[in-house]
Design a protein around this ligand. Structure first.
Ligand SMILES: Cc1cc2nc3c(=O)[nH]c(=O)nc-3n(C[C@H](O)[C@H](O)[C@H](O)COP(=O)(O)OP(=O)(O)OC[C@H]3O[C@@H](n4cnc5c(N)ncnc54)[C@H](O)[C@@H]3O)c2cc1C
Length: 483
């Protein structure tokens, strides 16, 4: 037992008093603050997606000290996810490790709350796994490793989550496509479905169910996934499972009257005509009501169809809902004595001004900015602008804010989005592209699609790896091993 000397008792009393008054100093909590030697401003960025990662890349380490908090250890180049889910590209070619950035600190964890009065964020570390699977990242956060991180400036860039509309069985049985973990699950399930269907013990009826691939959502993500899947089946699996081809079907369901609503009618028609020729069914004005799992396959109930439809996998890509952290923050009653954080009525995200500063509304309904707090990407809406929830917007906002913060001239210029056009891959080396007053379709659009994503990929490593994988796939086919 330790001796109770007066010095030790005094030291313990002091320690306890400090802990009581500053939760940051308790064993489970710590805060990283600027030391007197390091006078640089601490900019804490939440999220390592298009907005958070691009901001961390843009901020200059000589003018500020960057701290990134994210449940995943990497950035994902989302436009290439569909290609990785079928093996056209390898997973690592679509991600960038966060720790390669020149950061002062990186904390792999889930932010649970922000205390705007004390200027700290509360983090629970992800000690169990990377938050790359479709499973709820909340389940990975470990409450026993909770700590706080202090900020001078805070940038909220936590993105959105997948919208399931509370439909029965979607969360449990559908596959999402938002991260490399999701792409891995999809790739494995497609290959498993073919292997099961190839067993001599499988009946033709089961084969039809297993090899029906249902895509819910006719936006660019759903369309591109269906197109990539078509390429995998017709360029590679056809050679290995010729006897199964008669049972393969791909269906896209959407509740809207047309798919690809962000494209002009002419381009959307080109896409649906092409899908028809490729044998991909597009069922618009169809409502999925339930998914259940029966043995090796799924059964989906569609309002407009009499019987339940069998499927090997259901890929869910219907839209976005707010991140739980955003919901929690906008519900706070009184922030820093200034009032309530203003939420965008349509998306439920943070409302910002054109300098990307989070807005607060006092009891007198007057709006001001929350000092030192910014929001961008999918979790935010710029007041008076109608920007889409895309990587283009998120990365342009990040670069704009990063440059302004580097120069310390936030007021100099407002953020303005420059639309570089919208693209979608349609399979068989064809795509569509639309920008203001300009349209392109077919092979030329596909070349543009590939060139754009290659040049936009973040690291030199991936700029080299991506064309190498494309070449390897073209010459040797996709890797269909299951692991
Ligand atoms: C398959 C797919 C294809 C797409 N293709 C295109 C395309 O071709 N062109 C285009 O412009 N857009 C595309 N998009 C949309 C684009 O990816 C998003 O608009 C973009 O990712 C938004 O960036 P963000 O930084 O706001 O959010 P995200 O990129 O989603 O990043 C959010 C980050 O916050 C982290 N995070 C979440 N919760 C917390 C928390 N509590 N604490 C800390 N961190 C947290 C997440 O782990 C993640 O790192 C595509 C999206 C998908 C899914």
């Amino acid at each position: 037992m330790e001796p109770h000397t007066p010095a030790r008792i005094a030291s313990r009393t002091l320690q306890r008093a400090l802990q009581r008054h500053s939760p940051l100093l308790t064993r489970r909590h710590y805060a990283s603050t600027s030391t007197p030697a390091d006078k640089k401003e601490r900019i804490v960025i939440l999220g390592s997606g298009w907005a958070g990662y691009a901001l961390a890349r843009t901020l200059s380490p000589s003018s500020s000290s960057q701290v990134l908090v994210s449940p995943r250890s990497h950035f994902v180049f989302t436009p290439l996810l569909a290609s990785t889910s079928v093996g056209t590209l390898e997973f690592r070619a679509a991600i960038e490790p966060v720790r390669r950035l020149n950061l002062a600190e990186f904390h792999q964890g889930q932010v649970r709350d922000v205390d705007f009065d004390r200027k700290v964020v509360r983090v629970q570390a992800n000690t169990k796994d990377d938050a790359t699977t479709r499973s709820d990242p909340d389940a990975l956060a470990d409450p026993s490793t909770e700590f706080e991180v202090a900020y001078d400036k805070l940038v909220l860039a936590v993105g959105c989550a997948s919208q399931t509309f509370g439909i029965e069985g979607v969360r449990e049985h559908a596959c999402f496509l938002r991260d490399v973990g999701d792409a891995r699950v999809i790739r494995l399930r497609i290959l498993q479905a073919f292997e099961k269907a190839a067993l001599p013990t499988t009946t033709d009826d089961e084969r039809r169910k297993l090899l029906h691939f249902a895509v819910v959502g006719g936006g660019p993500t759903g369309i591109e996934f269906a197109a990539e899947l078509h390429d995998l089946v017709h360029e590679d699996l056809r050679k290995m499972y010729p006897g199964l081809m008669q049972h393969v079907a791909v269906t896209i369901y959407d509740i809207a009257p047309k798919v690809l609503p962000m494209f002009d009618q002419n381009l959307a028609n080109y896409a649906t005509d092409m899908f028809k020729r490729q044998g991909i069914q597009v069922k618009t004005e169809h409502h999925l009501e339930r998914i259940r799992c029966v043995g090796d396959h799924l059964l989906i109930r569609i309002k407009e169809e009499k019987d339940e439809v069998g499927a090997g996998i259901v890929v869910w890509s219907t839209g976005l809902t707010q991140n739980p952290l955003v919901r929690q923050i906008v519900d706070k009653q009184d922030v820093a004595g200034l009032g309530r954080i203003v939420k965008d009525p349509k998306t439920g995200g943070f409302l910002t001004d054109d300098r990307l500063r989070v807005q607060v509304e006092g009891p007198d309904h007057k709006r001001t900015t929350l000092p030192g707090v910014f929001a961008m990407g999918d979790c935010a809406v710029v007041e008076g602008a109608n920007y889409p929830a895309t990587a283009q917007v998120a990365s342009q906002q990040a670069v704009h804010l990063g440059r302004r913060l580097n120069k310390g001239d936030l007021e100099a210029k407002p953020f303005k989005f420059r639309n570089l056009g919208t693209m979608a891959y349609l399979g068989s080396w064809r795509a569509i592209h639309q920008s203001s007053g300009d349209e392109l379709k077919g092979r030329a659009a596909w070349i543009l699609w590939r060139t754009a994503y290659l040049t936009k990929s973040m690291s030199v490593r991936n700029k080299l790896l991506i064309p190498v994988y494309w070449f390897v796939t073209w010459v040797f086919g996709r890797d269909i091993s299951r692991f």
